[in-house]
Design a protein around this ligand. Structure first.
Ligand code: F6R
Length: 605
């Protein structure tokens, strides 16, 4: 959450800061700000709301200066107003910050006891004021170093100094920080995408490291302030090819890209000629895996639940799933024959990264299924299986979810085969079904007009329920999550069989109930549960891959997706639900790519 940028240059930096902040807005969009150094004084401009507002301010009163830092905020401490917007500056120093200073209250009390005054409600201001104090007796780098020793929590910082007008200092503990290089210009940024239009030469700070930028050079230091060298990575054009193209929203573009992204993913892992899956180098001998523990948050957690059904169906391995923010605080029994799999689009989610750290401390083998391969989670795990979905900008995850499911399914198949839980014939049949997936996804997406009609059923709805059984249950959860985050409409995902144990009380005349019922072993049971809802006045929106099921008058709206195979139906059934959430959000005039109160990369606990 929150995006930071810093530029040291031989020319004015404010417009490039604005352009980078626009790219970082997916990380937070409550408020925005920048600070530049002009005539040896710190010149701050801030606003609540979007970067667009900040740009308007700059058009009226431009900010000069060849050194500057910028920020987009996802509020944690203090309401999203101008005062709490970053940067936070004193007479001497200006700071942008991503993450949380956990002991800020304690430090604030100590500083206030010395008579130091605070302007904002943020945790960041303690960093500004600690550095300001330290500068009375130290140089900038030592002042930052001394300040870091006092801070608890996870963060990335960008700092400029009134009296040292040629440097920016960057520091990382937990939250990501990239460094970019160019001719007579150097940069820090929360990700390489923010630096895209300025450079393709990138390094990443590791935990505890600092950097000092001037326009001509970058020096790196480790956590003991010893100078170190960093590798420079050259980012390819592909890693950067991100724009909305013909689409109005990133989310819709990302939904429509899914046949391609899933195909890329399959091509990466499946050897079509040999009908084999190229997953090698398991960190534990697959025969010896005792249990698989899958961990993630939000949509990524819904992928974990789906994979549990697949692993149980295809393999003899015991499976456990956990939400990262629960896993990390539980009293767990670790076993070196267990494989711990972390699923994350960004690879930066604080809870998932912390859960991974706990596993590492307990010397167990870890695997990450990520989209961003240079991310913290990918770098810290023993084994990485990328999903190859390309950058996902829409805050609500769509193509990354399908990518996660695809990789998890491929992994399950490979494990089942190498452990001889399935025979070669079944293995090859499942691979051949998998290869049909991109075309089937295309067919699902072609049904968009029908989904648009279905979305109209939500115009007056006060809430909704999504029901499924078996592997359709996590898809019900995902459908409900997408609808609530995009359209701010209450939505509950439930196992259909669980309705009678309480939630049935919520059903009233006209409540939209989305029933996800593929033709699998649960079909008849799901239909019975649907009847119970119909009997109480619920308005049924029915989604199936069953060609035979005739849609009767009790079903308000029916949608059919193609059928390839029961194991793969959760992937196909997801598509109408993504489009449904998108169209309901459009009807309700919601900001599809940047839903309120959310951010793409959740780097706070
Ligand atoms: C929902 C959504 C979130 C993320 C969750 C985990 O659409 O995007 O629920 O799935 O914040 O994020 P990652 O996958 O980056 O760890």
């Amino acid at each position: 959450m929150c995006g930071i940028i810093g530029i040291a240059s031989n020319k004015s930096v404010s417009m490039n800061i604005i352009n980078s902040l626009k790219k970082l807005e997916y990380r937070g969009y409550d408020s925005a700000g920048l600070a530049t150094l002009t005539n040896e004084s710190i010149n701050e401009k801030k606003c609540s709301g979007r970067v667009e507002e900040l740009e308007k301010i700059l058009f009226k009163t431009p900010s000069e200066g060849n050194i500057g830092i910028g920020h987009v905020r996802w509020a944690t401490h203090g309401v999203p107003n101008v005062i709490n917007a970053h940067p936070h500056s004193s007479e001497q120093v200006s700071v942008v910050h991503n993450g949380i200073i956990e002991n800020s209250d304690e430090i604030k009390k100590e500083l206030e006891a010395k008579g130091i005054k605070f302007k904002s409600q943020t945790d960041t201001e303690v960093v500004t004021l600690l550095i300001t104090e330290a500068l009375k007796i130290n140089k900038p780098l030592e002042s930052v170093f001394e300040t870091l020793k006092k801070l608890k929590g996870s963060f990335a910082l960008g700092i400029i100094f009134k009296n040292f007008s040629n440097i920016i200092i960057g520091a990382r503990r937990g939250s990501p920080l990239a460094v970019g290089y160019s001719k007579e210009e150097n940069y820090i940024g929360s990700d390489s995408y923010a630096l895209k239009s300025m450079t393709n030469k990138i390094s990443y700070l590791d935990d505890g490291e600092l950097c000092v930028l001037t326009k001509d050079e970058v020096n790196f230091y480790n956590k003991n302030l010893k100078k170190i060298n960093k590798k420079i990575l050259i980012m390819s054009e592909d890693e950067y090819s991100i724009d909305k193209g013909e689409y109005k929203h990133f989310m819709f573009k990302e939904i429509m890209e899914q046949p391609e992204t899933v195909k890329n993913c399959i091509d990466e892992y499946v050897d079509s000629l040999k009908n084999n899956i190229n997953i090698l180098n398991f960190p534990i001998d697959p025969q010896k895996i005792n249990k698989i523990v899958l961990i993630g948050c939000g949509t990524a957690y819904n992928s974990c639940i789906t994979a549990k059904y697949w692993l149980e169906e295809l393999t003899s391995i015991d499976v456990e799933i956990d939400i990262a923010s629960e896993f990390r605080y539980r009293k767990l029994k670790f076993n070196s024959n267990n494989l711990y799999i972390f699923v994350s689009q960004s690879g930066e989610t604080a809870d998932t990264a912390a859960a991974l750290d706990i596993c590492k401390k307990n010397n167990v083998k870890t695997c990450s299924i990520v989209n961003v391969i240079e991310s913290t989670i990918a770098r810290n795990s023993d084994w990485v299986l990328p999903i190859h979905a390309g950058t996902e900008i829409g805050v609500a995850s769509t193509k990354a979810f399908l990518g996660q499911l695809t990789v998890l399914y491929i992994l399950c198949l490979k494990l089942a085969f190498v452990r001889q839980d399935i025979n070669e014939k079944t293995y090859i049949k499942n691979i051949s079904n998998l290869k049909k997936l991109p075309d089937a996804i295309k067919k699902c997406l072609a049904g968009e007009n029908n989904v648009q009609l279905m979305a109209k059923e939500f115009i007056t709805a006060k809430g909704s329920m999504f029901l499924g059984r078996g592997s359709s249950f996590p898809i019900a959860l995902e459908g409900a999550l997408k609808l609530k985050e995009l359209s701010y409409l209450h939505a509950e995902g439930y196992p259909a069989g669980e309705m009678k144990h309480g939630p049935l009380a919520l059903i009233e005349e006209g409540l939209p109930v989305i029933v996800i019922a593929p033709k699998d072993k649960y079909f008849e049971k799901t239909i019975s549960n649907m009847q119970e809802v119909i009997a109480r006045g619920g308005k049924i929106l029915f989604i199936t891959d069953n060609k035979k099921e005739s849609l009767n008058e009790n079903i308000r709206f029916g949608l059919r997706v193609p059928h390839i195979d029961n194991l793969l139906s959760p992937i196909l059934l997801t598509l109408p639900l993504q489009m449904l959430a998108y169209h309901v959000a459009l009807i309700k005039n919601c900001d599809v790519d940047k839903p309120r109160n959310l951010a793409k990369s959740v780097t706070v606990e």
